[in-house]
Design a binder for this molecule. Structure first.
Ligand code: PMT
Length: 411
């Protein structure tokens, strides 16, 4: 991954059992061409010896804020300016709290406060500590800052015997998250460049599908198409060749964007598969009806019975079928959830083998139809980013930014 070449990375290691895994992370980063300066907290020193990190990074490990020898060389502020990226792995609840609240009482928290570099946090702690209201609030504070990415924690058995969320992500997964953040540095000054997606063919599905019961009645949902149409426009602004496949909506066809109008899920599926071989990026924003009536009734059903049963059959899953292709495009799904957003979104991400999923809460005044929304982005490599409440047009732009960064990170 070329994004690592000569990048200066501060690896902050906090006190936790996962600290031993960070040694492997140093090795992977160096192998990718990065320069790594390890900074350990006092608690981290109780878990792993500084010598291990020193040998792997080829640099003296720093652990004290005011160290006469170290300050005579690269002082702590200089070190903060040196970094292209600060990666804290493992990040304990204590360090997360300090960084969220701007405390600077040791070298790592001071560096994090004094540096403009993007920050990648890999939490690792007991599952109860992770789920505590205080830690979750601190994570929210950090996620609302620009340039901060939280990777993990993973779920599983913990050193303390508990089972749940709190395990540090594996070094290879953290490497991928770093690549995404570094890509944002590479492109940062250029994200306004209208050519970033030039030469890329982007296919977007939008709106609802309509599944006819009889000539006057149907099964559908409340999707207005606003989110999908906004994404199509944002992709076009980056120079992509965009094709929009839309269910029935009241929106005007966007200027100079190819538009195919369909009605049912089966028609949308056919339209997608007519073109998918030439597509680089597929974004499934459409609220495709999951079921359709088994029988297509030609005449209006008469209301001469007190009850009526309509048998439904499952529609093809367009997104899953695209993601299952041998040469699949970069595939981004949406997840519309009323509850347990993260759990269901992650399940769809993994089960359908997607590159990214954008999850949103839907309900009476949320997600569907509204002009504003909030998105939670989950990547296949365990990256997570919240796009806070904003207009769908702004969110579309930010989503496309994230896709551009992922493409750069892949190179
Ligand atoms: O159109 P708006 O009013 O602006 O509202 C936007 C939105 C709420 C519709 C949008 O943000 C959104 O969440 N779209 C996905 C809606 C949905 O159907 O979610 P789902 O969790 O049921 O489906 C998961 C994914 O599978 C989606 O990417 C969907 O497009 C895709 N899918 C689902 C079923 C199916 N048969 N084929 C599919 O491709």
């Amino acid at each position: 991954m070329t994004v690592f070449k000569n990048k200066k990375i501060i690896l902050g290691v906090c006190g936790g059992i996962a600290a031993y895994k960070s040694a492997e992370l140093v090795r992977l980063l160096i192998k990718q061409g990065a320069q790594v300066q390890v900074v350990m907290t006092q608690a981290a020193l109780a878990f792993v010896g500084a010598l291990t990190f020193q040998a792997l990074s080829g640099r003296q490990v720093r652990s004290v804020l005011f160290d006469l020898d170290a300050e005579a060389g690269m002082g702590h502020i200089e070190l903060a300016r040196w970094a292209d990226l600060i990666l804290i792995a493992p990040a304990t609840a204590n360090s997360i709290a300090k960084i969220a609240h701007g405390m600077a009482d040791d070298l790592l928290s001071t560096l994090s406060l004094a540096s403009k570099a993007p920050l990648l946090i890999a939490p690792a702690m007991n599952q109860q500590m992770w789920h505590s209201e205080a830690t979750q609030k601190n994570i929210d504070i950090l996620l609302n800052r620009t340039g901060v990415l939280v990777c993990g924690p993973g779920e599983g058995e913990q050193a303390c015997g508990d089972i749940g969320a709190g395990r540090m992500k594996e070094p290879a997964q953290l490497l991928s998250c770093c690549a995404n953040l570094l890509a944002s540095i590479v492109t940062n000054n250029d994200l306004s460049d209208p050519h970033l997606l030039e030469g890329k063919r982007v296919l977007i599905t939008a709106g609802p599908t309509i599944e006819d019961i009889d000539p006057v009645r149907y099964v559908s949902n409340r999707s207005s198409g606003k989110m999908g149409y906004a994404i199509a426009q944002a992709a076009q602004q980056y120079g992509a060749e965009v094709l929009l496949i839309s269910g029935p909506v009241a929106l005007d066809a966007p200027d100079s964007i190819g538009l195919i109008r369909v009605r049912s899920a089966e028609q949308m599926h056919d339209a997608v598969f007519q073109v998918i071989d030439d597509i680089d990026i597929f974004i499934a924003t459409a609220a495709v009806a999951d079921y359709r009536p088994v029988k297509k009734v030609l005449n209006k059903i008469k209301k001469n019975t007190d009850t009526l049963t309509i048998e439904l059959v499952k529609n093809p899953n367009i997104l899953a079928d695209v993601a299952a292709l041998k040469d699949k495009p970069m595939t981004i799904g949406f997840a519309a959830e009323t509850n347990d957003l993260e759990k269901y979104a992650l399940d769809k991400l993994q089960r359908k083998n997607l590159d990214m999923i954008a999850a949103n809460k839907v309900g009476e005044s949320q997600g569907f139809e509204a002009d504003n929304n909030e998105l939670h982005l989950f990547w296949h490599n365990d990256g997570y980013k919240k796009l806070p409440y904003a207009s769908k047009k702004q969110l579309a732009r930010q989503l496309i930014d994230e896709i551009v960064l992922s493409l750069v990170a892949k190179d």
